[in-house]
Design a protein around this ligand. Structure first.
Ligand code: EPZ
Length: 430
């Protein structure tokens, strides 16, 4: 099994191309099931989660072809992928496929809307909390679906004439349930109004793509989304938006290691709150014409408190990385996780590198140390694993991260992107 070896101490200098967003690409790919026409997505990142979803969509009858590469210095970083689901050959998403990735549960929306039924295994995914599906069930029920859970599967059936537009207000903000209800409602009879909807940029990107396919969605990016159902959707061509989590991760890596890096093909407006926290920690951040520049010279890292929140708040997907950064701050910082109840698995691994972190409920108290020392550590989930890479960049000596398949789920060519900027990071195959 591959491991990542990091020898800390080098500053980062250069350019890092930011990939298309994993968390936008996944729902966009799933949206292709809503039409018998071809949906072409540009800037699709090459990641294990994307490959897994390609297998799942293939199981439902999607014909998928990959071409066109965005080249940079001879390396391809993103692909154009065409999805055509002329006929849905199966409305069942089996346990063996769905258990590997939670987002694959989201096929329930398009399958139910287009075929009138879906049988989808209860999901798996990162072990960061219980992650139930109650909001999906309540929301789809509000659109007229009958749903039962049996033998680990969610069986959903639409009324004879198809789903019916309805009103649903989420009791809690959910990105995935917003994606699913928005997709399902595009083909419902009548108008759907979703209250307390997620406002994440990935939701806006999905709505933009669905509208290009002929849907009538308005209000995306606010907490009330209105969807007027249409009879059918057509194909479209859509470019996946930049990955704000990857952007924030590399910004934190530069803030940690020091240096001067341009993050290319991204937008600061996708992650204002996180960038503000990094600025307060002592890095200088400015816009370039195609991304952002981040600089930290001799200045130390200052302690900053953060609380994770749905967009536009500080993203939970950057919490572990920020904690990695704070381990080297000059004081005490508090990091509070409000989205997932078990997203502190990186704490004990960061401690192996010499970090001083104590947990009290949903808050971690991080006492900055002047020195981290390399050690063997284990990746526990996608974002936790990259926080270990960030800490490793500033640790003395060698940090060896095992279980890197977690990293491969969400970071495209991580070691190449960092190495090009002067970091000593390599993949070691046993
Ligand atoms: C999306 O997950 C992301 N995944 C996650 O990123 C991200 O951490 C999360 O949103 C929050 O921003 C993708 O986009 C593929 P939620 P999702 O539904 O949609 C609770 C990463 O590292 N909830 O917004 O699954 C849930 O338990 C991943 O890339 C219910 O209670 O998250 C959580 O506490 C990990 N019932 C909260 O809502 C439900 O039916 C928010 O979860 C659904 C969710």
């Amino acid at each position: 099994m591959d491991r990542i070896r990091i020898v800390g101490g080098n500053e980062l200098h250069g350019v890092i191309p930011i990939s298309g967003a994993k968390n936008a690409a996944l729902p966009l790919m799933i949206a292709s099931l809503l039409t018998d026409d071809t949906l072409t997505l540009e800037n699709v990142p090459h990641l294990a989660d994307v490959e897994q979803l390609i297998r799942i969509l293939g199981n439902h009858g999607a014909d998928i072809s990959v071409n066109g590469r965005r080249e940079r210095q001879g390396e391809s970083y993103a692909r154009t992928v065409h999805f055509t689901s002329r006929n849905i050959v199966s409305t069942t998403a089996p346990y063996e496929l769905v258990s590997k990735m939670r987002a694959s549960f989201w096929v329930i929306g398009p399958l139910l809307a287009r075929e009138g039924r879906a049988r989808v295994s209860l999901p798996g995914g990162c072990a960061i909390g219980t992650r139930p599906v109650d909001l999906f069930i309540e929301g789809l029920t509000a659109l007229g679906a009958s749903i039962e859970i049996d033998g680990g599967y969610v069986n959903a059936t639409a009324p004879a004439g198809g789903l019916i537009g309805g009103r649903y207000t989420f009791p809690k903000v959910s990105v995935g349930a917003t994606h699913v209800l928005m997709m399902a409602a595009t083909l419902a009879n009548g108008t759907t109004v979703l209250g307390n909807a997620a406002r994440e940029p990935e939701v806006v990107d999905l709505a933009k793509c669905l509208n290009a396919m002929g849907a009538k969605i308005s209000g995306q990016g606010t907490s009330t989304i209105t969807i007027e159902g249409v009879r059918s959707l057509s194909g479209a061509r859509h470019r996946v938006l930049p990955d704000r989590i990857e952007t924030g991760t590399y910004a934190m890596a530069v803030a940690m290691a020091g240096g001067d890096v341009i993050l290319e093909d991204t937008e600061a407006s996708l992650l204002d709150t996180a960038l503000e926290a990094i600025r307060r920690a002592g890095a200088e951040i400015s816009d370039t014409n195609n991304g952002i520049r981040i600089v930290r010279d001799g200045a130390g890292i200052r302690p900053v408190d953060i609380v994770t929140d749905p967009f536009p708040g500080f993203p939970t997907d950057l919490q572990a990385q920020f904690m990695g950064l704070m381990t080297r701050s000059s004081g005490v910082s508090h990091i509070t996780e409000t989205i997932f109840e078990n997203r502190f698995m990186h704490v004990q691994e960061l401690a192996r590198l010499g970090a001083k972190i104590s947990l009290s409920g949903q808050t971690a108290k991080v006492e900055g140390v002047s020195r981290l020392k390399g050690a063997p550590v284990m990746a526990t989930d996608l974002r936790a694993s990259v926080s270990l890479v960030i800490a490793g960049l500033a640790a003395e000596g060698e940090t060896m991260v095992s279980r890197v398949y977690h990293l491969d789920r969400g970071f495209e060519r991580l070691e190449e992107k960092l190495t090009r900027c002067g970091a000593h990071v390599e993949r070691v195959s046993d």
